[in-house]
Design a protein around this ligand. Structure first.
Ligand SMILES: [Zn+2]
Length: 249
């Protein structure tokens, strides 16, 4: 029997009344478990097995699928399910984590990052939460972008910078060797470093200009897509929702 603290990344229906729950837990990493009867009204597993819920779970390990037998909510994060934009961002964050991790490979740092990111998203700092999560997650998973010297010639970075999905920052001289590399402003570069280096709790004082945030979003999108085996479903929804209306700047 495992007693784990986890966040619900994904929920699928099983049979008449059951749910298959994908948790990211502090103790065991990602795991899939069946919550019997969890879709029945008044079932004690109904609320704690909703997507994004942070809770304590009792799991009985099995062959293949485990069984989730008891649960207690730590943070329901109801606000992330009630608001369409928050829901879209939280779906992206949890789907990205699901896509980049394998089962039962625990990481205390990844769990803490997930919990802190959902708290930031719940406060409505959605873009900041998504960008900080992306760059910190790839660091924890072992493929942090090179931000401090040119990826190719290893010279210090100064000005006229480029970014490649193949590994991070490039100087102007080396950029042509990396087809598809994109220019990145010094402002976006500085923002990226802050998102990675600062204490997570201090990130709320950052209020990046929309232009810098957008530049960073595009760079990280390329960086992540290069490593993902399949496109994320939540991205279509997020992009539709946040699309700039025609005619506006
Ligand atoms: Zn270079």
């Amino acid at each position: 029997m495992w007693k784990v603290e986890g966040v619900v990344l994904r929920v699928r229906n099983l049979g008449e009344a059951d749910r298959i729950v994908t948790l990211f837990s502090r103790e065991k990493g990602k795991l899939n478990a069946v919550a019997r009867g969890a879709r029945r009204i008044r079932n004690r597993l109904l609320s704690p097995t909703q997507v994004f819920t942070h809770g304590q779970y009792l799991v009985f390990p099995g062959q293949g699928l485990h069984n989730l037998s008891q649960a207690e909510i730590v943070h329901s994060w109801q606000g992330l399910r009630d608001d369409l934009e928050k829901f879209a961002y939280a779906s992206y964050i949890t789907e990205l984590l699901d896509a980049l991790t394998v089962e039962e490979d625990p990481s205390e740092q990844v769990f803490s990052l997930l919990a802190s990111t959902l708290a930031l998203a719940d406060q409505g700092r959605l873009k900041l939460a998504a960008r900080a999560f992306e760059v910190r997650l790839v660091r924890e998973l072992g493929y942090e972008p090179e931000l401090y010297v040119c990826l190719s010639c290893r010279e210090p970075l100064e000005d006229n910078l480029f970014f490649t999905e193949q590994g991070g920052m490039l100087c102007q001289k080396c950029a042509p060797q990396f087809p598809g590399s994109m220019p990145l402003s010094n402002g976006a570069w500085e923002l990226l470093k802050k998102l990675l280096e600062w204490d997570f709790s201090k990130l709320t004082i950052l209020h990046p200009a929309a232009k810098l945030e957008d530049e960073l979003r595009k760079a990280m999108r390329k960086y992540l897509d290069f490593r993902l085996e399949y496109p994320l479903k939540s991205l279509d929804f997020l992009e539709t929702l946040t699309a700039v209306p025609p005619g506006s700047d």
